[in-house]
Design a protein around this ligand. Structure first.
Ligand code: PEP
Ligand code: MN
Length: 274
């Protein structure tokens, strides 16, 4: 894509707005001035494990429960997710805990299965799936759009614009980092740039940008200190047994410690608020 296309008029870049957008999912708000923590397993595995984890992350302070039912994997032999059955479990877990729910959609033909899910995620791989972006724009559901590792902030905003242009203003952006010489990089400069370029909320993903679960805490705190509107973090009761992304998942105790430290950091009132 040409990066110099004239997108100065894009709604996402309007700087004249004196107010930042707030994206609401159920009772949760992203970009409200609070720091929104989205947490849950990479993939929904069983009803029992999801319910237990949902209750645990809620107690720790999560605002939104995540869980993948459609997993876009590099290998077709890896676990692909439970599909509609998994989405049913996620909706039930949300109802039981009172947490709004978020799950990734990979094809517009699956939209009907997401009726009881509060927020749709469009992942890094699908940031350039323009028919999916348009379909997401035609729903009025809040959307979490993740930056593809090789996409410039400008191209990322153009993808967000596809959703807005269809009449859905409820878009939150997620800086998910990239890979440099084989290791993960959470790009906090891109996060700052996005906050400068757009009024949309911007959260960070310290999980998929990390080089292992022991790095997640530092990246999450750094994102908070850099002025992110929230984070999305993967949590698993037994990461070594996880069907997906166990190497970067943190355990519930570590998540609880992270939430406490995020509250302390926010309490210092030193993080950028614009
Ligand atoms: C995810 O958040 O579950 C995911 C698959 O992330 P990404 O699109 O960033 O790879
Ligand atoms: Mn994952």
């Amino acid at each position: 894509m040409r990066d110099n296309v004239d997108i100065c008029d894009f709604a996402v870049r309007r700087t004249g707005r004196d107010q930042r957008a707030v994206v609401r999912a159920g009772g949760a708000a992203v970009g409200s001035g609070d720091f929104a923590v989205i947490a849950g397993p990479c993939a929904i595995e069983t009803r029992q494990s999801l319910f237990a984890l949902a209750e645990s992350v809620r107690r720790s302070g999560a605002a939104i429960l995540r869980g993948g039912a459609y997993k876009p994997r590099t290998s077709p032999y890896d676990f692909q997710g439970l599909g509609p059955e998994g989405l049913g479990m996620l909706a039930d877990a949300g109802r039981r805990t009172g947490l709004p729910t978020l799950s990734e959609i990979v094809s517009e033909s699956d939209l009907e299965y997401f009726e009881n899910i509060d927020m749709l995620q469009i992942g890094a791989r699908n940031m350039r799936n323009y028919s999916l972006l348009k379909a997401a724009g035609r729903t009025k559901k809040p959307i979490l759009l993740k930056r593809a590792p090789d996409a410039s902030p400008t191209e990322f905003l153009a993808s967000a614009e596809y959703i807005l242009k269809e009449g859905n203003p409820n878009v939150a952006l997620c800086e998910r980092g990239s890979t440099l010489c084989g290791h993960g990089v959470l790009d906090l400069n891109a996060l700052r740039l996005l906050k400068k370029m757009t009024y949309l909320p911007v959260i960070a993903d310290p999980t998929h940008s990390s080089n292992g679960s022991e790095f997640v805490r530092a990246l999450a705190l750094a994102a908070c200190a850099a002025g992110a509107d929230g984070i999305m973090v993967e949590v698993h009761a037994s990461p070594k047994d996880a069907l997906c992304d166990g190497d970067v998942a943190i355990e519930p105790d570590e998540f609880d410690r992270l939430c406490r430290d995020l509250r302390r950091l926010r309490g210092l009132r030193i993080c950028p608020t614009d």
